[in-house]
Design a protein around this ligand. Structure first.
Ligand code: T1G
Length: 697
């Protein structure tokens, strides 16, 4: 027998304990160990079998690392079927997260018990597949179609209490999984409880599966897995168990072969890889208990909220009492939202707003802070003034962070006597909601300060990505390029509405012009004015229609009108009729004859501009690996997760074709479409971005 499943006989009970850290994934050795264990128990005179996991969890699912490789027997569905077929009573005792194949093992068992904190679910759709070891056939027989569809199409984790109410488990008990499992198995033996096979339960009553399929497909914004999973569940209602299992397998294999599965699994591993930097190995972060936030606008209040929710003490500094009270109100409003959603209790709300939060107007209040984040107006002079004052009051070793979204962190650091303690922490608005944190490492930033940035991100449940210093770091620098590409397409004949529609069809939550309206058109206006004042490269194209829109007081959602008119509400946007005439006038002045764009060309240009700039960002070392770009775009810019991120998407398209497109467009606009050296190099070497990820791991 393999060590992955440890066998022991205690009285009448054969105990199969999984031992495959960190999450007891159901790799080959575990699957084989389960089969061997059941067979041994049957020969060993046992009356019952207990299955549980050592360490932090019951099985967290199939071993995702085996996907894409040739499958090896025994397959997981057969393991579940073998467990269920045993004449002995089989009990699964759940703790930690019983997910995917893990829950399917439990469903193949005859009885299920869990500790109160256990969570369970079938999260396969989140990685682009569907349950493939009987989950779509056994769960509906156990709890009915509606509840199964909720669990399977959302991929959500269900807590033990809810699972008990739904009928997924039979019992909850306090103790270790081994203790509660042994006690329950003995209780069942003593009561002469029958073997109880889920697959032998009657087919669940049908629902209108076609309507559900359509509704789920629409809600998933182009992602296929949840809708395909509906068809799997449908089979549980319409077919005998064995045929239903075959149908599940076919659908499962179909999804396994998709780019969406590849993209989602890339996203899963990439978001875990971003925090793993060889230079931080063994580097301890500095203490992090109390932090300071300077500026209580939307951004500062969001950062403070996120910090409070993660258990940190926060001192928020504002210019005067009135502004300080307004900031307190903003933070309380954010926390009220958390209270309403049940994320915190009323007592916690009171504690966070009255004890953990302190608002102040004097820099001296920051003297004891372990880390201070400034979120003041985006202007170098203002930032330098703040950092000079911080340098004077903060204790030695305090981390001094700027939330700048594009300014030079080296220049900010240089105005202090301790540049090693200075770092960029770029949050995304609203900071208590958005998961991305760019950790901007300046030339002199000390390694333990970088480690502290990552520790803060982890505490705040953010996905943190390391970035180097440049205008816009990873995300905003790439954004600026693909936005410009879209703006040029408008000059040449596309409309903002066609561009938004094409990109939303691709899977972006919102197109770039709807996003601009949400963020405020005044932001882009200020950037354009700054760039013109600094002197634009004469080869860069320019345009005025967007400025005119702002000059007329249209800043987007906050003024009720921008590219769209929001008179009927934010979601009921309609094109603003003033926009197209402004664009036409601009084209006429510049002597441009508009031409038609297909949605496909819009997408290819937009994505190529994004990938080309991303290749520069990686080539220059601003992002250490292509996967850092992918995670940045996924978590900060609404890039569709099932496409894996722009670099993964580019790899799946094929880099040679992308480079050929760029070179063909460069004939008309060599300045904008200059190919990134790294892209040319990869194509010449016949390699792709994922090869660079592998080189770095
Ligand atoms: N396979 C392989 N490795 C896994 C894994 C898995 N299923 N789950 C986690 N890991 C690794 C992870 O990469 C990390 O590695 C370490 O474990 C700790 O994870 C037939 C088809 C379980 C809730 O989708 O949701 O069953 O980075 O850092 O925050 O129907 O991991 O340390 O090297 O995330 O405590 C369904 C995915 C599979 C579960 C733990 N199961 N995992 O979270 O730790 S499909 C899933 C998670 C399936 C059947 C099918 C979470 C977690 P490293 P972590 P965590």
């Amino acid at each position: 027998m393999s060590d992955a499943i440890m066998y022991e006989k205690i009285g009448d009970i054969a105990v199969l304990a999984a031992n495959n850290p960190p999450v007891n994934a159901l790799g080959l050795a575990v699957r084989q160990g389960l089969i061997d264990g059941i067979e041994r128990a049957e020969k060993d005179g046992a009356k019952a079998v207990l299955i549980y996991g050592e360490g932090r969890t019951f099985f967290a699912g199939a071993d995702i690392r085996e996907f894409g490789k040739p499958p090896a027997e025994p397959f997981l569905p057969d393991v579940c079927t073998r467990i269920e077929a045993s004449p002995l009573i089989v009990v699964s005792a759940l703790h930690g997260t019983a997910l995917g194949g893990g829950l399917e093992i439990a469903l193949g068992s005859h009885y299920r018990i869990a500790v109160p904190k256990a969570r369970m679910g079938l999260p396969e759709v989140l990685i682009g597949i569907m349950p493939g070891a009987g989950g779509t056939q056994r769960l509906p027989r156990l709890i009915g179609i509606d509840k199964s569809l909720d669990v399977i199409t959302s991929g959500r984790q269900v807590g033990a209490q809810e699972a008990l109410e739904m009928g997924i488990i039979d019992k909850i008990a306090e103790g270790t999984p081994r203790e509660i499992g042994l006690a329950y198995a003995q209780e069942l033996i003593d009561a002469a409880a029958p073997r109880r096979a889920t697959s032998e339960m009657p087919n669940p009553a049908p629902v209108d599966f076609d309507a559900l399929y359509d509704a789920v497909l629409k809600k998933a914004r182009g992602q296929l897995a949840p809708a395909v999973a509906v068809r799997g569940v449908q089979a549980s209602s319409e077919l005998p168990f064995a045929e239903g299992m075959k149908r599940e397998r076919e659908l499962f294999m179909e999804l396994m072969a998709t780019d969406q599965r590849e993209g989602l699994i890339h996203a899963f591993f990439s978001e875990r890889a971003v925090g793993k930097l060889p230079e931080l190995d063994g580097v301890a972060p500095r203490d992090l208990n109390a932090i300071g936030v300077i500026g209580g606008g939307t951004m500062g209040a969001g950062i403070a909220t996120s910090a409070l929710l993660s258990g940190l003490k926060v001192t928020l500094l504002e210019m005067n009492d009135k502004a300080a009270e307004a900031a307190r109100g903003r933070i309380a409003g954010n926390l009220q939202g958390a209270l309403k959603r049940g994320k915190i209790s009323a007592a916690q709300f009171t504690d966070l707003t009255e004890t953990a939060l302190n608002v102040a107007t004097d820099y001296a209040a920051l003297a004891d802070a372990d880390l201070v984040i400034e979120a003041v107006f985006e202007d170098m002079g203002v930032k330098k003034d703040v950092f000079t004052k911080l340098d004077a009051v903060c204790k030695p070793g305090a981390v001094l962070a700027s939330n700048t979204s594009y300014l030079d962190v080296n220049e900010i650091a240089a105005c202090t006597s301790r540049p090693g303690d200075v770092i960029g922490l770029h949050f995304f608005s609203p900071a208590h909601v958005m998961k991305l944190l760019e950790i901007v490492v300046a030339d002199k930033t000390a390694l333990d300060v970088v480690a502290t940035g990552f520790a803060l991100g982890k505490k705040m449940s953010k996905v943190s990505v390391r970035a180097g210093v440049c205008d816009g770091f990873i995300g905003n620098r790439i954004l600026s390029k693909y936005r410009t590409c879209a703006d040029y397409m408008i000059l040449d004949g596309a409309s903002p509405y066609q561009i938004d529609a094409a990109l939303e069809k691709f899977g972006f939550a919102m197109g770039p012009y709807a996003v601009a309206d949400l963020a405020g058109l005044d932001i882009g206006w200020a950037v354009r004015k700054r760039k013109r004042a600094e002197g634009m490269d004469p080869r860069a194209r320019d345009f005025t229609y967007a400025d005119k829109l702002c000059e007329d007081g249209n800043f987007g959602q906050k003024t009720g009108k921008g590219y769209y008119d929001y008179a009927a509400g934010a979601k009921a946007r309609v094109p603003n009729p003033e926009v197209l005439p402004l664009i036409e006038a601009d084209r006429a002045t510049q002597g441009i004859t508009p031409r038609a764009f297909t949605d496909e060309e819009i997408l290819r240009r937009y994505m190529a501009s994004m990938v080309n700039e991303a290749a520069r960002v990686v080539g220059e070392g601003i992002a250490k690996r292509p996967l850092d770009v992918d995670v940045t775009l996924l978590y900060g810019y609404g890039f569709p997760r099932y496409r894996g991120g722009p670099m993964k998407w580019a790899d799946m398209q094929g880099l040679p074709a992308l480079l050929a497109d760029i070179k063909s467009w460069a004939k008309d606009d060599p300045y904008f479409w200059e190919p990134a050296p790294l892209l040319e190099q990869l194509v010449a070497e016949g390699r792709n971005f994922d090869d660079l990820n592998k080189d770095a791991s």
